[in-house]
Design a protein around this ligand. Sequence first.
Ligand code: SAM
Length: 257
Amino acid sequence: MKPKKALGQNFLRDPHMIAKIIDSLELAPDDTVVEIGPGRGALTRGLLAKGVTVIAVEVDRDLIPVLENEFSDYDKLTVINANFLDTNIRSLIRAGGRPKIVGNLPYYISTPILQRLIDQLEDFDRAVLMFQREVVERLTAEPGNRERGFITVVAESAFRIERVADVPPRAFSPVPKVWSSVVRLLPKPGVHVSEAFRALVSAGFAQKRKTLLNNFKTRLPNAEVMLQKAGIAPNRRAESLTLEEWDRLLELADPGD
Ligand code: SAM
């Protein structure tokens, strides 16, 4: 069966990288792992070898019999044919508890997956995800870095983000054109990323070259006063703000949320 380019099917084949991803999940035998996009089972095999329960969600119907055949001896694996974006973590885990999430993900799905995970922060323990390297650079961009954008700020408000490894194209088959990187996302306890926060950050980054005041003033009636009260110069750009400054702005923009 040929790998499907449209589904981002570059399968991991480097055993050291597979081991590194699995180690960074810090598994205990009674853990449950939700795997997004198991493909032909490169990570699934390593997970099952650790004795954990695995729920693997694969969108490609053609891969389901391949996985079921390959792992027919393992009763701790459930393979689900679904788009992860249409599932929710709580309904996947019948036994309750907070699973760990792992996935080697196609580029086109990285932002929707992150948003989906941010919506379900309380429902999982951690996520170890492989993205295209540029996505991880954006996710870990510090204030002042041009790569910093909406998804950086929203992800930073939700997670402690650790870069685990950079992965060369030769670690996959077929070999992609680009490097990938693995990140570990640890949900911040007690955090809820509100719609108001997302709307504020989205307004601030509406046009990256514009100043904060210019971006805010068409969307927020009190933009000037808000920036002044927050002690943030109106001519700064969204990429320069720290998370703490975004939080301060949120309080002034919408104290009721
Ligand atoms: N985990 C395997 C590995 O490392 O070899 C496969 C990785 S491959 C980059 C991505 C996998 O995700 C493919 O098997 C693809 O069919 C699957 N996939 C793509 N979009 C998906 C989605 N929305 N939900 C679930 N699986 C998806």
